[in-house]
Each structure stands twice: as C-alpha cells, then as structure tokens.
Design a protein around this ligand. Structure first.
Ligand code: NAP
Length: 136
C-alpha cells in the first residue's frame, strides 16, 4: 500500500492488518515508515513490514517489484493511496485547501503526476504476467 503511514492510509492499512492481512507499508521516508510499522505492531498487527517507496521514482517501482517477486507468493490487495490532500495546499484559503482559484501550477502538476501517471507506472511491474489481458 502506498502512503500507508499516516492519514486515511494509516487507518486502512492498520485495519486490514488487524484482520490478518500481511501489510507492506509504503512510506517515502524509511525512518517514519519503520516508526509506523512499530506502532502497527503495538496496535495488534502481526505481520507488517515498512517499504520505502516514492511513487514518482521509477527506480523505486523496480525495486519493490523485485521484492514482490522474491518474497510475496500472492499479492491479494494493492492499495494506491498516495496523494496530496494537504501537501501543496494553501492553508490560507477558507476551505483549508486548494481550489480552482488558488491552486498553483506546481501543486496541480505534482497531483497529476502522483495520482495519474505514477499509479499506472507503479501498477504495471507488479502485475503477474498471466493477469495481463490485451482486451483491456
Ligand atoms: N482527506 C480527504 O478528505 C480526502 C478526500 C478525497 C480524497 N482523498 C485522497 O485520499 C488519499 C489520502 O488522503 P489523506 O487525507 O490521508 O492524505 P495525507 O494525510 O496527505 O497523506 C497522504 C499520503 O500519501 C503519501 N504520498 C504523497 N505523495 C507521495 C508520493 N509521491 N509517493 C509516495 N507516497 C506519497 C504520503 O506519504 P508519506 O507518509 O511518506 O509522506 C502520505 O502517507 C489521498 O490520495 C487523497 O488525495 C482524501
């Protein structure tokens, strides 16, 4: 799962972990990912492993795909949560976030890169070969 160490991602990942799912906890920073994994364990998640992952780094995709091929017999759930609900937001506006009148080009570009292009690029190397169908 990407973006699993805080916010909505943390709740989603921790909840699945408590149900017995082995959680590979994606976080951009190794130290904060390790801290989150330790908190998951204290909270009753038996199987959790932090994974350093910046979804806009193509080398991270290859590293995680290689790890998945070596160590995960089954990839049952892939949660692509990474996004910027707050990052790049203009906290000065009444909504507390970006809207059409305030969003910067840089924030818009980062959002599309993370939530559109990176989602596809990150999913492709994780798909098992037999799941690729040319009909769509
Ligand atoms: N909160 C809402 O009301 C709301 C509403 C609609 C949609 N959403 C979407 O739901 C998702 C989670 O929202 P949230 O409120 O929990 O957001 P958040 O607190 O800002 O957390 C975002 C998470 O995404 C990760 N992330 C951001 N950019 C990344 C990148 N380039 N590579 C890897 N990880 C990246 C962050 O990683 P690090 O922990 O490593 O910093 C963080 O864990 C987002 O996609 C958001 O757009 C939220």
């Amino acid at each position: 799962m990407t973006g699993a160490r805080r916010g909505l991602g943390l709740d989603t990942a921790c909840g699945r972990g408590k149900l017995g799912v082995t959680v590979r906890l994606g976080a951009r920073d190794r130290a904060t990912g390790a801290q989150a994994a330790a908190a998951f364990r204290r909270d009753g998640v038996a199987q959790v492993e932090p994974v350093a992952l910046e979804v806009r780094k193509w080398e991270d995709h290859r590293r995680v795909a290689a790890m998945r091929a070596q160590r995960c017999a089954q990839l049952a759930i892939l949660v692509k949560n990474a996004g910027m609900a707050r990052e790049g937001a203009d906290a000065g506006v009444p909504s507390g976030g970006n809207d059409t009148s305030t969003v910067s080009e840089a924030a818009l570009r980062a959002t599309v890169a993370t939530k559109v292009f990176a989602v596809m690029a990150w999913t492709q190397p994780l798909l098992p070969p037999h799941s690729i169908q040319f009909s769509g």
